[in-house]
Write a protein that binds this ligand. Structure first.
Ligand code: UFG
Length: 322
């Protein structure tokens, strides 16, 4: 049985579905502070906070073989405003989970990490061995969590895989689950809100970055490609007695303007685009070099930006009746 923290959330629910389709038994642990119970359509569900001591009850009830840990706060902008909230939940509460895992002899762990651990990278595409210099508390909270995992793995019978996601986007092609944040802060769903008429315009947060068109460049990766990587990472932990850290991105960067243009193309709708102030904590360019996970786990992303936006638009139309 695989325990999925945050399995009622965006990436966790897609991974739960993929694990189910691959024949795994799962138990989702989620306190529903961000997730949705109706996103848990596969496996078992337990409403617990992963930072709570009572989480032991879940380990007593189920025979847990490994943990995939999605539950975390993940808004860069909010983390700048409320750093302690991020360090407490993303770092300190993860130590609670690790402690309980140790008590129950569960020694396989997959962490949802992030490209935000790199800060403003020295070179792009970014390889895993580059210096980690997070420029926002969210990235910093994941950076120190990775360090705690490395120390744990050095000392104990424990292995982990840390997956550094670049920009997760898109939705399940069957629309059984999808992206739904409240409040929404991510670029693609906000642009689709403009396309669908839920907002009048979309704002670009700064057009004076050191990029070709002045807007930030990101590497967008389909959520199902991320889900597939988690299964491979879990199988790797089952097969090999070692830990590892992998980037997960498409290896292609798109500027905010290019993403907006793609959304206009896919939806066939036009809307106003405004230039606004920079958002604090945003690096200029984040593009992944994912050669390591391709080589070690045989993972390759299947979906490009157009397919990402198409799947997101299909989901967006389902949840917003037009
Ligand atoms: N942006 C806008 N206007 C908006 C919303 C976003 O211009 O209304 C810009 C942002 O400034 C940024 C880009 O679009 O340059 C992407 O922003 P998102 O909020 O969609 O995503 P982030 O890059 O800030 O962060 C995401 C995840 C993080 C993760 C990071 C890693 O939310 O958890 O990708 O690359 F750390």
């Amino acid at each position: 049985m695989i325990l999925i923290t945050g399995g009622a959330g965006y990436i966790g629910s897609h991974t739960n579905k993929a694990l189910h389709n691959a024949g795994y038994d799962t138990v989702v642990v989620d306190n529903l502070c961000k997730g949705y119970e109706n996103f848990v359509k596969w496996g078992n569900f337990e409403n617990y906070d992963f930072g709570s001591k009572t989480l032991r009850e879940v380990f007593e009830k189920y025979d847990i073989d490994g943990v995939i840990h999605f539950a975390a706060f993940s808004s860069v902008a909010e983390s700048v405003e409320m750093p302690q909230k991020y360090f407490k939940n993303n770092y300190k509460n993860t130590l609670n989970l690790l402690q309980i895992m140790r008590e129950f002899g569960v020694n396989k762990f997959i962490l949802s990490s992030t490209a935000a651990v790199y800060g403003n990278p020295d070179k792009v595409p970014i390889t895993e061995d580059q210096d980690l210099k997070p420029i926002n508390p969210y990235g910093h909270s994941k950076f120190i969590t990775e360090k705690a995992l490395e120390r744990e793995a050095e000392k104990n019978d424990f292995n982990f895989v840390s997956l550094r996601y670049f920009n997760a986007a898109g939705a399940d092609f069957d629309c059984e689950v999808g992206e739904f944040h409240d409040p929404e802060t991510h670029l693609i769903p906000l642009v689709l809100d403009a396309a669908i008429g839920k907002r009048e315009s979309i704002s670009i947060f700064g057009d004076d970055y050191n990029t070709a068109d002045g807007t930030c460049v990101r590497d967008y990766i389909h959520v199902n490609d991320l889900a597939d990587a988690h299964i491979r990472a879990y199988e790797y932990l089952c097969d090999k007695n070692e830990s590892n850290i992998f980037n997960l991105g498409n290896g292609q960067g798109y500027s905010v303007r290019e993403v907006i243009d793609m959304c206009k193309k896919v939806t066939g709708r036009d809307f106003e685009v405004k230039i606004d102030e920079r958002r604090e904590g945003d690096p200029d360019i984040l593009i992944a070099d994912s050669a390591k996970i391709k080589e070690k786990l045989g993972w390759t992303p299947k979906y490009n930006l157009e397919q990402i936006v198409e799947s997101a638009w299909k989901w967006h139309k389902k949840i917003n009746v037009i």
